[in-house]
Design a protein. Structure first.
Length: 588
């Protein structure tokens, strides 16, 4: 296989003959190099397979696209998929079936299980935290014994409700632990639970004896993309693969580890990676301008120093620093700067740590899940009809409607600890039908300039007139109680449905692995954003923290233009940091 069009660093990654860790700066062409290695190694191995695993479906889809859909390398015994799917297929499923005498049913998260939320009740079944939304299983971490620890409560839960919950912390953790066990025994396995089960069984000598021969016979090598996102369980599995004689090739950037809330462990990854026989560095950034590369170097905690080496290496565009006092001031300012550099709104991406900041900056207000099922239908309708929302945003809105419809169909049915998909299948609801129904009700009804009572009545009438067939007709009582008119306050937010986003927007986590001609990075007012104080403090004191790494990931998405939209209270502080790190910038 020819590799003459690869850089020296990429060639070293492709041709290495032992386990290795390759640190790759943003825009280093790591996917290109990994795919080249994958195709080379699958051609070399006559009997065993090569695995290429990453952490997101988007990354896996990109690998498959580059391999070619009909490529023999994508067929067994080779494997291309997410780390979760690797754990499910080769470790959890064979051992789960053996241990629980049933096949597991995998779901993405606790939200996909109807009992993934709960309320704390007293002996008389009265809610101990009245007026609050249900407690979510996703607010807890679970140890290898399935024991829950409450780790985060969102602001929307309310200050008083949160104080009450914390006073009942032990009771809440007991309930979450009990539900975790019930869900597993019922056969419902979330991605988090799958990782926990894999960690338990890889530590068990008897379980290792069952799966070790299977892994040894199946794989000669496993290539891990975005290796910095590995958690303790993934590292344990990689160590087990090495013990089975499987070569482990890890590619990533520890400074892009931004999933500690999902149990990523950057220091443990670094320790594991440094113990591998070969260490490589891919320093050439083929994506960004010199100023953006300087920004990356100024934020990076590790020792790697990248250089701008691609088609934008000759551009002298500085990083722009602009201040704001209100979020809605950002979009007009960045559009003026973009126009100066011949970029339009669709060339840009507005990023923030919290989605609420980027949404407000571009003129969009979100409809919180659970706020009102009527409001969710109105929101989905507008987002489907508009051309200004991306596929992820539309899907998110549609899924809210799908869940409300399934909840309506199970209003009088005890769902126990079953997953969303299992309940749908048991009801005989086809996934395609449910999606089409959600689209139909959202598009058919138009909330524009209608009173809340009028639109709510239209929703109820629509549902009462549906031919439900074998699914059974929901009672008028169920429809009436579930699809009530929203409050005046929440309906007031419906005015956002007439406003399209001025610029595309996302969270930093939502665009990891992507790139854009221009990026706008929001650094909001500190009292309203804990992350702002954390990142500025870490940057000034040269501390390696996740908040700092989030900022690094955000800026490194930019190809030609990077703009830092900083609240006026922090503008001088950020300017001083840019000066200290020798980052070319201009105050707008």
């Amino acid at each position: 296989m020819t590799t003459i069009d690869l850089s020296e660093g990429q060639k070293a990654l492709v041709n290495a003959t032992d386990s290795l860790f390759a640190v790759a700066c943003p825009g280093a062409g790591k996917t290109r190099a990994m795919v080249t290695r994958f195709l080379k190694r699958t051609a070399e191995e006559p009997r065993k397979g090569i695995g290429l695993i990453s952490f997101t479906n988007a990354a896996v889809d990109e690998v498959r696209r580059r391999c070619g859909s009909d490529n023999e390398s994508l067929k067994a015994p080779n494997f291309v998929g997410t780390f979760d799917s690797f754990l499910h297929r080769f470790i959890v499923t064979p051992l789960f079936s053996k241990h629980y005498k049933k096949s597991p049913r995998y779901v993405q998260s606790w939200k996909d299980a109807p009992t993934g939320n709960f309320r704390l009740l007293d002996q008389n079944q009265r809610d101990l935290i009245p007026g609050s939304e249900p407690i979510q299983m996703g607010w807890f971490d679970f140890d290898l014994n399935g024991r829950a620890t409450l780790v985060s409560v969102p602001q929307r839960f309310g200050k008083n409700q949160t104080e009450t919950l914390m006073s009942l912390k032990v009771k809440a953790e007991d309930e979450a632990s009990d539900r975790f066990g019930h869900l597993i025994r019922a056969g419902t396995v979330t991605c988090e639970a799958g990782r926990i089960l894999a960690g338990v069984w890889v530590r068990d000598p008897r379980a290792r004896q069952v799966i070790a021969p299977l892994l040894t016979a199946r794989f000669a090598e496993v290539i891990v993309d975005e290796a910095q996102d590995c958690g303790a369980e993934e590292l344990l599995v990689l160590g087990f693969l090495q013990a089975c004689g499987v070569r482990v090739v890890m590619v990533g950037d520890i400074d892009q580890s931004i999933y500690e809330f999902r149990s990523a462990t950057p220091q443990a990854v670094s320790d594991f990676a440094q113990a591998l026989p070969i260490q490589l560095e891919l320093r050439d950034n083929f994506r960004s301008t010199p100023a953006i590369s300087a920004f990356n170097n100024g934020l990076r905690s590790g020792s790697l120093v990248e250089s701008s080496s691609g088609k934008h290496a000759t551009l002298s565009t500085p990083v722009y620093l602009l201040d704001f006092s209100k979020l809605d001031e950002i979009a007009p300012a960045v559009l003026r700067i973009a126009e100066k550099h011949k970029l339009g709104a669709t060339d840009l991406m507005v990023l923030s740590h919290a989605e609420a900041h980027s949404m407000k900056a571009v003129g969009v207000v979100d409809v919180e899940s659970g706020t009102s099922k009527v409001l969710e239908i109105a929101d989905a309708g507008f987002k489907l009809k508009s051309t200004d929302f991306d596929a992820r945003t539309r899907l998110k809105a549609l899924e809210k409607v799908e869940r409300s419809i399934l909840k309506l169909l199970t209003a009088d049915i005890k769902t126990e600890h079953k997953s969303f998909d299992l309940i749908r299948e048991e009801l005989g609801v086809e996934a395609r039908w449910l999606r089409e129904f959600a689209v139909r009700i959202s598009i058919s009804l138009d909330a524009t300039e209608k009173p809340r009572d009028t639109f709510a009545e239209e929703v109820r009438t629509f549902l009462k007139n549906v031919e439900w067939g074998h699914l059974g007709t929901p009672t008028a009582r169920s429809i009436g109680s579930m699809y009530k008119a929203p409050s005046e306050k929440s309906w007031g937010s419906i005015t956002h449905l007439t406003v399209s986003p001025l610029v595309p927007y996302s969270t930093v986590h939502g665009v990891k692995g992507m790139e854009f001609r221009g990026v706008v990075l929001i650094i909001p007012e500190a009292p309203k954003s804990k992350a702002t104080e954390e990142v500025l403090d870490a940057w000034e004191r040269d501390l390696d923290t996740e908040a700092r790494r989030v900022l690094y990931v955000a800026g490194s998405r930019a190809e030609e233009l990077l703009m830092l939209a900083v609240h006026t209270s922090h503008i001088d502080r950020v300017a001083a940091l840019l000066d200290t790190r020798d980052i070319p910038y201009e105050r707008a």
